[in-house]
Design a protein around this ligand. Structure first.
Ligand SMILES: Cc1cc2nc3c(=O)[nH]c(=O)nc-3n(C[C@H](O)[C@H](O)[C@H](O)COP(=O)(O)O)c2cc1C
Length: 170
């Protein structure tokens, strides 16, 4: 197994975090991984809010239980005035933002920092809580932090679709 595949297989959703703060240099590397992600026509519509003040984290915890006790939550959005539009009208914003956030999730894991994708909430309320301008569309939250000593994958992590069910050769 090469290094990237090992990282992709080992990564799991972390839902229990330690008190250890994330170092600024590591946060910068995580953000860098989002900056260099591929986007449609290189329009780069991804916009990231780093939620780390106690006041903002408190708002989030009131809104959703899924940020757990993470010290930082990344809110990924895209700018609908910037995102690429395909010939059939398809807006690439969600795809672009998803790729960027996945880059960030994997860079975090490589640095020993856990995370979990979160989309189990009403995005209309989230956008109102943080007064997002009309052109910004929220896509997902990514709580990040060092895993607590007790953190381990839940059973869902091990339920992988078979390659046969996933792949069709044409
Ligand atoms: C789009 C998306 C939305 C998700 N939303 C939530 C969520 O709201 N709360 C949560 O605890 N986990 C959430 N997850 C995490 C998944 O449950 C998890 O990735 C999946 O069960 C596989 O487990 P693993 O990440 O540990 O491999 C989400 C994952 C994705 C990709």
């Amino acid at each position: 197994m090469n290094d990237f595949l090992k990282l992709a297989c080992e990564r799991y959703s972390v839902r229990q975090y330690s008190n250890k703060p994330i170092e600024d240099e590591k946060l910068e590397k995580i953000l860098k991984a989002g900056q260099v992600a591929p986007t449609a026509a290189n329009r780069q519509p991804q916009r990231v809010f780093v939620i780390k003040s106690e006041e903002s984290l408190e708002k989030l915890r009131f809104f959703t239980p899924f940020c757990y006790n993470a010290p930082i939550v990344l809110m990924m959005c895209y700018d609908r005035n910037v995102s690429g539009k395909a010939i059939d009208g398809h807006d690439s914003g969600i795809v672009d933002a998803t790729i960027a956030l996945t880059h960030m999730m994997l860079e975090a894991y490589d640095l020993g920092i856990g995370s979990v994708w979160v989309r189990g909430y009403d995005s209309r309320i989230l956008e109102r809580i943080f007064n997002l301008p009309e052109n910004l569309v929220s896509v997902a939250l990514l709580p990040i932090g060092y895993p607590s000593q007790n953190s381990k994958p839940i059973q869902l992590h091990y339920n992988n679709i078979s390659i046969e069910d996933m792949v069709t050769y044409l």
